[in-house]
Design a protein around this ligand. Structure first.
Ligand SMILES: Nc1ncnc2c1ncn2[C@@H]1O[C@H](COP(=O)(O)OP(=O)(O)OP(=O)(O)O)[C@@H](O)[C@H]1O
Ligand SMILES: [Mg+2]
Length: 263
């Protein structure tokens, strides 16, 4: 039997009262794939992430990770199964340092807690040291070392976005979900972020699903683009084909951010 895909959404439907946020959305991601999820405002992109992570439970359909059903599980259980997430709006602890924010992201991996520190100090210390080492490695990988001791609030927006990525990676996910990691960035910062994400993928071998509005950026990053419009999947394929798809062009007509890209 072929191996189960890393992620599978099967006819996922999500409603908020009368609003149909997602209608029968299905797609799969292979291990190691880099895919983008695009669509106009309110299309349901963040809702897909919230369903995968266990923040919302779809009313219909199923979500599976390597063949195991995860829809209905609590967010911390899904995270433990290897899903990391960066948020659309930066959700870091502003007064804490860059390093501390990444360390907080590692709490999923810390085995020994306060009791461990009291009753098995040597084991606790080993664990703590290992956590710090890994957090430092992540800062290194994302070239965030120069900022490690600065409070996050004092750092430029682009750097904060990278710290979000480092924190999402801190729980050692196999699947990394990033919600508009380049929002609000200049074209140059966007290219830099894409470059770093591709390097991460190469070095860590993770699977990436990225929400992005800028088609130019997405086409450079992703080998596959999934398009949502009003909660419905309207296209799914390689960037070239998706950009030429008449349904996609129609859905995006009037979306100023796309207009910028095609100008
Ligand atoms: N918690 C909620 N309660 C009620 N409605 C919601 C909730 N979350 C999302 N929605 C609605 O579901 C639809 C999809 O929203 P979602 O945030 O997933 O879109 P999006 O594609 O991420 O949009 P954007 O590009 O603006 O981030 C919208 O109509 C939104 O108003
Ligand atoms: Mg969103």
């Amino acid at each position: 039997m072929p191996e189960a895909p890393l992620l599978e959404l099967a006819k996922v439907t999500l409603r908020f009262g009368g609003i149909q946020a997602l209608s029968q959305v299905s797609f799969t991601l292979r291990e190691g794939e880099v895919a983008a999820l695009i669509g106009p405002n309110g299309a349901g992109k963040t809702s897909v992430f919230n369903c995968i992570c266990g923040f919302y439970t779809p009313q219909e359909g199923e979500i599976r990770l390597r063949g195991t059903r995860v829809s209905g599980l609590k967010p911390h259980r899904v995270a433990r199964l290897g899903v990391g997430r960066g948020f659309q709006n930066i959700e870091l602890f502003g007064t804490l340092s860059c390093l501390d924010n990444v360390l907080l992201g590692r709490h999923l991996h810390v085995r020994a807690g306060v009791l461990g520190a009291l009753f098995a100090p040597r084991a606790w210390w080993r664990d703590e040291t290992a956590q710090r080492r890994r957090a430092e490695e992540l800062l290194e990988l994302l070239e965030l070392q120069p900022y490690r001791n600065f409070p996050v609030l004092a750092l430029p927006y682009g750097v904060q976005k990278l710290i979000e990525v480092a924190r999402a990676l801190a729980s050692e996910p196999r699947l990394l979900l990033l919600d508009e990691p380049t929002a609000g960035m200049t074209a140059e910062e966007k290219d830099e972020m894409m470059f770093r994400l591709l390097r991460l993928r190469a070095e860590l071998g993770i699977t990436l699903l990225v929400i992005e509005h800028d088609l130019r950026v997405v086409s450079r990053l992703a080998e596959r683009i999934i398009v949502l419009d009003y909660g419905v999947k309207i296209a799914d394929g390689p960037p070239g084909a998706v950009q030429r798809d008449p349904e996609v062009i129609r859905a995006y007509l009037g979306d100023t951010r796309l207009a910028e890209v095609s100008a």
